[in-house]
Design a protein around this ligand. Structure first.
Ligand code: AQP
Length: 329
């Protein structure tokens, strides 16, 4: 079985964007690939985090993955916490010593997040090296992701190529898997930007944990435009196109079917339908989520995932360590 790997930062509650770009793809592919699904808590601290909230977000994220359809009982599913496997940090250091600084500071995510905080840390700069380590330790062939993380997967591919050329075949060169619908769910208040879990605007993102009333309120106040036509045109009508995308992603329709369903109608009707489909899906996730949190099974899942991930990562790290000349011959 080929390997697939992905992680979602526990930097806040997960959004419907995280679901479309990450979780839904894992669910779609979980019977086909050996899946490494981890919680990147080390990535989360590249921006300031409250320690208590971080602990809680880690466990909540696992419960939400499972509530959304990830099956922890599959023998090919491995769920673990990044910081519990020290090989991620070890390999990241080696990658940092092989990545030109300029390659890191030209990353879109670095530019966006450093612009928000002048006192950004070095961890924010080297984030893509840690992500490359997350991927390459496991010979992951596929990395499901939204558009925003594609550039980081490309950096991991470049590192794999560079190492293979310089030190001999060490790494599988991974491919990003970008969803056809929902690769970039947009901020509801500023549709020029992508939706994010760490937003400051309370109306910008729909969280998977939002209740019915909140979902309806956020969708009904989503920014659209003044021309009143329901057309899919991401460049000129990003707000309306975003609503059509969310409707399609959560109802299973194509974009064309959604346009056909709503064209000629008003934005109010489109928003009501988007809210309806989200309420139906998210309340079903939330029912399962509460049961999983109460079941006390998460530790067992994480212990097994940690032990397996360490076993695989240790073998790869040993090869790399020898290749770069660390330690004794
Ligand atoms: N808006 C989005 N649309 C589609 N996919 C998205 N992803 C993130 N936002 C969208 C995808 O979700 C997965 C997990 O991302 P992450 O949590 O590791 O980091 P991120 O991309 O930085 O996500 P956020 O929500 O924007 O987090 P913060 O606010 O902490 O930076 C990835 O596959 C990502 O592409």
């Amino acid at each position: 079985m080929d390997r697939l790997l992905t992680g979602l930062q526990p930097s806040g509650a997960l959004t419907i964007g995280n679901y479309c770009g990450g979780i839904s793809q894992i669910v779609n592919y979980q019977d086909k690939y050996e899946t490494f699904l981890f919680v990147p808590d080390m990535h989360a601290i590249t921006v300031p985090q409250d320690p208590e909230a971080l602990h809680r977000n880690i466990i909540n994220a696992i419960a939400m993955y499972i509530a959304c359809g990830v099956n922890p009982d599959l023998p090919n599913m491995h769920i673990y916490i990044q910081s519990e496997n020290l090989y991620h940090a070890n390999l990241s250091w080696i990658f940092e010593c092989h990545t030109p600084h300029g390659d890191l500071t030209r990353m879109h995510q670095f530019k966006a997040k450093s612009a928000k905080n002048e006192a950004f840390t070095e961890g924010l700069v080297t984030y893509p090296d840690l992500m490359a380590a997350d991927i390459l330790l496991y010979d992951a062939k596929y990395v499901p992701t939204g558009i925003d993380q594609k550039q980081h997967v490309e950096l991991a591919r470049n590192l794999a190529d560079r190492f293979n050329n310089r030190y001999g075949e060490l790494f599988v060169v991974s491919e990003p898997l970008i969803p056809v619908i929902g690769a970039k769910i947009r901020d509801l208040q500023n549709p020029e930007q992508k939706m994010s879990k760490s937003t400051d605007n309370p109306k910008a993102s729909v969280f998977l944990s939002d209740d019915e009333k909140v979902i309806r309120k956020k969708i009904m106040s989503a920014v659209t435009d003044s021309d009143g036509k329901i057309v899919f045109d991401e460049e000129n009508k990003p707000g309306v196109s975003n609503l059509l995308t969310i409707y399609s992603a959560f109802s299973g329709c194509t974009i064309e079917d959604s346009v056909a369903k709503f064209e000629g109608g008003g934005y109010g009707d489109l928003k009501k339908a988007v809210a309806e489909v989200l309420v139906e899906k998210l309340t079903a996730f939330q029912d399962k989520y509460n049961k999983i949190l109460a079941s006390g099974t998460i530790d067992e899942i994480l212990d097994a995932g940690r032990d397996y991930s360490i076993k695989i990562a240790a073998e790869k790290y040993e090869q790399v360590r020898r290749a770069v000349g660390f330690g004794r011959i």
